[in-house]
Design a protein around this ligand. Structure first.
Ligand SMILES: [Mg+2]
Length: 422
């Protein structure tokens, strides 16, 4: 589908494409076992406390979603087909998809295991306008890999991503520059990446539910509701955003810190709080699509003495588990010198776009799966609120020890379910 716009010479080309595989893991399983075609298929842990990692479209029409407890999915579809995840296999198929994209388009930026941005403005002479290139890519992925995908196109990456979501499943939607604001106006602000439940609530309080309504709000009001991201979101809403590939800042850092009213002296309590902060930072990373190479711990004593210690990893990550494994030893080392704390902070720097998050940075299938499951946990957190979910390590470090990567494969299957359990 293409929204028709003027086609005058010098027209701005909606040449930023976002290609997203449809129900990727589930689609691979159905392709590999055609007997599953048309059935409600989910990939995930089959155990009593398993979680849905991916759901086929027939499963979705029954109301089944990623990150949903498997027990709920079973209630919605008694004929549910549960397939255990094959992370290595998905990773291989992902590499095939990315190679195919790279064969056609020089400028690609992989952002997750099953998504990439492509800048096709330069491929035009060879392959035609963006809609033609999008169709070519979708057709080749269908014919050569047997998998469905969807493509959105726009003059900006944010709008291209929104368009691909609107095009699903197995569709295409290219939004001409001058139709951008019109396309966005009726959509919920929730489609904007980074506008989570909290921001949606803040916007609802000022009467904003759609992107069209968001456009009408004075910038100062918007800034109060959305904080530092307000200008970026306002630009998206009015169609003036032109962020293309690789334009996201590399030298950013992000993090969190807390000052306490009372000095903290209990090591278990400090460990617990630093763990929570590491998880928090990892979640921020995943939400913004980055992985980080360096993690920084900041500590402040009651007398104001402040120190920072950092650790740089061989492979960048967005995993809370890995950040924690770096930052806790930093604290353990400083503990004797700083037994009383007034403030602690966890920060990451040397950020890179998250293309390596799943594919390269995690050396084993197990840890790659781990990070993927943390992403599923993010979604669950956003759905159910953080009160209903907790990590073993936050609740009790002893139980967490038993759940770290390195356990038996059978346990790994169950681990995330337990981590997602109440
Ligand atoms: Mg996808």
């Amino acid at each position: 589908m293409t929204m028709h716009g003027g086609a005058e010479a010098g027209e701005e080309i909606p040449g930023i494409l976002h290609l997203d595989m449809d129900a990727f893991f589930a689609s691979i399983e159905v392709r590999d076992d055609p007997g599953l075609e048309g059935l409600p298929v989910v990939v995930g842990g089959a155990g009593a406390r398993g979680v849905v990692a991916a759901a086929s479209y027939p499963a979705r029409t029954r109301g089944i979603r990623s990150a949903m407890p498997m027990a709920s999915a079973r209630r919605l579809a008694p004929d549910l087909v549960i397939v255990p995840p094959r992370i290595d296999h998905y990773r291989q198929v992902s590499a095939q998809v990315m190679q195919l994209l790279g064969d056609v388009v020089a400028e690609t930026e992989q952002i997750s295991v099953d998504e990439a941005f492509l800048d096709v403005r330069g491929a035009r002479r060879l392959f035609g306008p963006p809609e033609q290139i999008a169709q070519l890519l979708r057709r080749r992925i269908r014919e050569e890999l047997g998998l469905p995908s969807s493509v959105g196109g726009s003059v900006s990456r944010a709008v291209a991503k929104i368009a691909s979501a609107q095009a699903k499943p197995d569709g295409m939607l290219i939004v001409p520059a001058e139709r951008t604001a019109e396309f966005l106006a009726p959509l919920s602000v929730a489609v904007i990446s980074g506008v989570g439940p909290k921001a949606q609530e803040a916007l609802a309080r000022i009467g904003v539910r759609t992107i069209g309504q968001l456009r009408e709000i004075p910038r100062s009001t918007l800034a109060r509701a959305l904080g530092p991201r307000a200008p970026e979101i306002a630009a998206l809403a009015d169609g003036s955003d032109r962020t293309g590939l690789g334009h996201r800042a590399r030298d950013r850092s992000l993090g969190t810190e807390r000052t306490w009213d009372e000095d903290l002296t209990d090591p278990d309590e400090v460990r617990r709080r630093i763990t929570t902060m590491a998880d928090d930072v990892a979640r921020q990373l995943r939400r913004s699509g980055f992985v980080a190479r360096t993690v920084v711990l900041k500590l402040r004593a009651p007398d104001g003495t402040t120190l920072t210690r950092s650790s740089t990893m061989d492979q960048p990550t967005a995993s809370g588990e890995r950040l924690r494994s770096q930052v806790i030893p930093l604290w353990e080392r400083e503990r004797p010198a700083m037994p009383r704390l007034r403030l602690a902070g966890v920060r990451v720097s040397h950020l890179e776009p998250g293309e390596g998050a799943f594919m390269q940075s995690e050396l084993t299938a197990r840890s790659a799966g781990w990070q993927d499951l943390e992403t599923a946990m993010d979604r669950a957190l956003e759905r159910f609120g953080s009160a209903s979910l907790g990590r073993g390590s936050t609740l009790s470090s002893a139980t967490d020890q038993a759940r770290r990567p390195g356990t038996e494969p059978g346990e790994q299957d169950d681990g995330p379910a337990r981590r997602l359990g109440r």
